[in-house]
Write a protein that binds this ligand. Structure first.
Ligand SMILES: CC(C)(COP(=O)(O)OP(=O)(O)OC[C@H]1O[C@@H](n2cnc3c(N)ncnc32)[C@H](O)[C@@H]1OP(=O)(O)O)[C@@H](O)C(=O)NCCC(=O)NCCS
Length: 132
């Protein structure tokens, strides 16, 4: 099921972060900040399998990740579909090297609209938009 983030989920989200973004995982304080200021949804089965954080005011996806062992089971798509119910126009940045995520977003109807040089410091970002 998909529900709002709760404090008890924190350690599991940290684990997903470390597995999904080994070079740049969010810290506890960043996750706490995000949970206060943005919409933070988790996908829970026996444990937390994935999450999405977005800004409902403007449709900006701040982060999405699914446990490596649970990928390609539509969990990411289900999380994004919750965002689409809330925001008509949805947009995000993605590393130019992250082709798996780009395929995922394209499958959901996003289009590449621009490129931000050195957005990640060490790498450019593609900006992808879904008009809804
Ligand atoms: C991107 C991510 C969230 C996708 O989650 P997911 O639950 O595996 O995605 P889904 O199962 O809903 O995939 C839906 C479709 O997207 C496409 N897709 C997803 N992952 C893909 C991959 N690795 N390679 C190619 N296409 C992919 C496929 O078309 C897939 O449908 P299919 O499995 O029937 O072929 C997940 O791979 C992830 O956590 N990656 C690491 C973190 C990350 O890069 N986040 C995005 C940062 S911008």
């Amino acid at each position: 099921m998909i529900r709002r983030f709760e404090l008890k989920d924190l350690m599991q989200i940290l684990e997903i972060e470390r597995n999904s973004f080994p070079k740049t995982p969010y810290s506890v304080s960043t996750l706490m900040y995000l949970s206060h200021y943005y919409s933070f949804l988790v996908y829970e089965e026996d444990k937390i399998s994935g999450y999405v954080v977005y800004d409902p005011a403007n449709g900006h996806i701040i982060s999405i990740a699914v446990r490596p062992e649970n990928r390609r089971k539509s969990i990411g798509s289900k999380l994004m579909n919750e965002v689409f119910k809330d925001c008509k126009r949805v947009w995000l940045e993605v590393r130019v090297s992250n082709e798996a995520a780009q395929r995922f977003y394209e499958r959901l109807g996003f289009q590449k609209k621009g490129r931000i040089e050195r957005y990640y410091g060490d790498e450019d970002a593609l900006v992808m938009v879904r008009e809804g």
